[in-house]
Design a protein around this ligand. Structure first.
Ligand SMILES: C[S@@+](CC[C@H](N)C(=O)[O-])C[C@H]1O[C@@H](n2cnc3c(N)ncnc32)[C@H](O)[C@@H]1O
Length: 172
């Protein structure tokens, strides 16, 4: 992983902790575990439980969460988000972080499911909204924002000005 990508992951993790704390997050769900930056940030910023969905199993992530002594507050579901997210109950999460597959169908489906499982007043964070090679993240997010009349705040990635990853913060 390059230094720029590492800095961006650390920046996004910092944003997650800040948003989770500001919104008094108890329970959160994320799509996309890999290096566990977002997982660990959600576990740090939320007071109760974090559910993570990824279609791959990353032992590295499990080790990091164990080192943080947070395994008892974490559920790791290894499954495609297209089939895993519909199994989640309505309105049970304070915060949902989406950073899984970046193609249109997955992002659109992940965001639609995220809105359903978020509690009223919950916050939805979408990673890579500004990423130049971020697939269809921006297209699908803009459509969801328009269809559900959501408010959106963009958090650009300051560490890589030439390749903006950026996180979109959506709320109802
Ligand atoms: C950019 S990485 C996530 C990085 C992570 N948020 C972090 O902070 O370290 C994207 C992740 O999405 C996962 N992914 C890709 N397609 C997926 C799918 N269809 N369902 C679930 N997870 C998927 C990949 O396995 C990968 O771990």
């Amino acid at each position: 992983m390059g230094a720029g990508r590492l800095a961006t992951l650390e920046q996004v993790a910092g944003l997650i902790v800040k948003v989770a704390s500001e919104n008094k997050c108890q329970d959160a769900l994320e799509v996309g575990v890999h290096w566990a930056y977002s997982t660990r940030a959600l576990l740090k910023g939320c007071t109760h439980h974090v559910t993570s969905i990824d279609n791959h199993f990353y032992p590295y992530a499990v080790t990091r969460v164990e080192e943080d002594d947070a395994s008892d507050r974490w559920t790791y579901i290894v499954e495609d988000s297209l089939t895993a997210m519909p199994k989640e109950k309505d309105e049970i999460y304070d915060l949902v972080f989406i950073d899984g597959a970046h193609d249109y169908d997955h992002v659109y489906s992940d965001l639609t499911n995220a809105l359903r499982i978020l509690k009223p007043g919950g916050v939805l964070l979408v990673d890579d909204y500004l990423h130049e090679k971020g697939g269809d993240v921006r297209k699908a997010t803009d459509e969801i924002v328009s269809q559900h009349n959501l408010s959106m705040k963009i958090h650009p990635a300051i560490h890589e000005p030439t390749q903006m990853f950026g996180v979109a913060e959506l709320s109802k």
